[in-house]
Design a protein around this ligand. Structure first.
Ligand code: NAP
Ligand code: HSE
Length: 419
């Protein structure tokens, strides 16, 4: 049994340690000795802290020209060359295990078909939820017709940043460096901060939960870069935590997927996830609600999820429920409804305050709660919580205020979930 490892970074190093320590166990499962082919990296001369006697290469031909390789584990990340390598492997009848959510979200349907045609496997437990075994639970336990909605905290980096900002009262920039050092962030951390990483993950989860595929370019997302320490503190005082919430749900037979920083009531189990932890709430029509939680990123939790796929490769798991996917009919985001939190600064005059309230009224936005704080230099801060409003009313309001008023500033607006 010859395995090729592509990538030897945070996850690859953790996996190599696990393979090395469990060689005898794996050999028993495989009923064959396990051999590791030269490991593909980008920088051949980089100093590496790895155990065991393994060869390293920066030449992919060594792997793709080796007819003895049975399985490729892709831990490079990003779109290229990972996509080309995975596709080539499957076309060459080599099974693939990957932790790459971008590839699975964007090309998963196509790659799964190639895998089926070539009678090989494509597994990706580590791509969503880090160390939480999500797909094995979803595929084996739930029935797609019974799932009403899924709500998740699916990005460890941003959850870590939001938690550290609150606990240490520091800015985003200061925490990001730490998240990178801990190996949580993507090579390009804007994927984490701008919500793309979470979007890839909710697309993959929704595919398994609803047996539908979702076109990446049709979906909206926003990240946490605009969330300030002030927003976090105000939300806290009002009984909420701000989280990067990923959700997918069925509304009137249409599918609604979204990634947004959101105010969650403190009692919500997702609001209680600290640091790098991820969680997923599955609401069903008939079986009640389920909550899964655990470490969402990091060397060993993620490597363990890859290792689980490796074990399943030998012992066989159930075929993933994503072979005959129907295209999902998406709900128009403009008709989706939410409660909102606004943080607005304005010149402290009665006229402006009246104007602002009038603009809310014109858009038929009902105010549920308003908190006024006097600021320095004759400014006033208003925290406004609204009743449920449509997304296009929100957009109209923000546009009108930004265009029409020089002395009213919308500092931030965020969704509130679970009112
Ligand atoms: P990483 O630390 O950045 O490691 C990437 C590895 O890939 C490095 O060894 C790098 O080589 C190699 N590489 C990069 N470009 C390459 C190229 N063009 N050709 C050959 N090798 C190349 O990444 P990671 O954190 O381990 O993540 C790997 C994958 O797991 C990604 O898809 C990521 O999204 C996913 N994932 C990560 C986590 C986590 O907590 N880190 C959790 C879940 C999923 P050099 O070492 O020579 O630079
Ligand atoms: N960058 C990702 C995160 C790694 O922070 O969640 C795990 O997929």
């Amino acid at each position: 049994m010859k395995i090729a490892l592509l990538g030897l970074g945070t996850v690859g190093t953790g996996l190599l340690e696990l393979i090395d320590r469990n060689k005898a166990y794996l050999a028993k499962l495989a009923q064959s000795e396990i051999e590791i082919a030269p490991i593909l990296v980008r920088q051949i001369n980089k100093k590496r802290d790895i155990i065991g006697d393994y060869q390293i290469t920066d030449n992919e031909e060594i792997i793709f020209n080796d007819p003895e390789i049975n399985l490729i584990i892709e831990l490079i990340g990003g779109e290229e060359p990972a996509y080309t390598y995975i596709k080539k492997a499957l076309q060459n009848q080599i099974s693939v295990i990957t932790a790459n959510k971008l590839i699975i979200a964007k090309y998963g349907k196509e790659l799964q078909q190639i895998a089926v045609q070539n009678k090989v496997k494509l597994d990706y437990e580590a791509s969503v939820g880090g160390g939480i075994p999500l797909f094995s639970q979803i595929d084996n336990y739930f029935n797609s017709a019974d799932i009403k909605s899924i709500y998740g905290i699916l990005n460890g980096t941003t959850n870590y940043i939001l938690t550290e900002m609150e606990n240490k009262q520091i800015s985003q920039a200061e925490v990001l460096l730490k998240a990178q050092k801990l190996g949580y962030a993507e090579q390009d951390p804007t994927s984490d901060l701008d919500g793309y990483d979470a979007l890839y993950k909710i697309i993959i989860l929704a595919r398994h939960c609803f047996a539908r595929y979702f076109a990446l370019n049709k979906l909206s997302r926003s990240g946490i870069t605009e969330v300030t320490l002030q927003d976090i503190n105000i939300a806290n005082q009002l009984g909420y935590k701000i989280k990067l919430l990923a959700k997918a749900e069925i509304i009137d037979d249409k599918y609604y997927l979204d990634i947004r920083p959101t105010l969650l009531k403190k009692e919500n189990p997702l609001a209680q996830l600290q640091g790098v932890d991820n969680g997923l709430l599955i609401n069903t029509f008939n079986k009640g609600d389920y909550f899964f939680a655990g470490p969402g990123a990091g060397k060993y939790p993620t490597a363990l999820a890859v290792f689980a796929d490796l074990k399943n490769y030998f012992v066989g798991n159930k075929n993933l429920n994503t072979k005959n996917l129907i295209k999902a009919d998406l709900l128009d985001i403009n008709v989706s409804e939410h409660n909102y939190y606004f943080n607005i600064k304005l010149k402290n005059t009665e006229t402006l305050l009246k104007d602002l309230k009038k603009e809310f009224k014109n858009e038929k936005i009902e105010i549920r709660k308003i908190v006024e704080n006097d600021l320095k230099n004759d400014y006033l801060q208003l925290i406004i919580l609204t009743e449920k409003i449509k997304y296009n009313s929100l957009n109209n309001l923000v546009k009108i205020i930004n265009e029409k008023y020089k002395n009213i500033f919308i500092i931030n607006y965020l969704t509130i979930e679970g009112e």
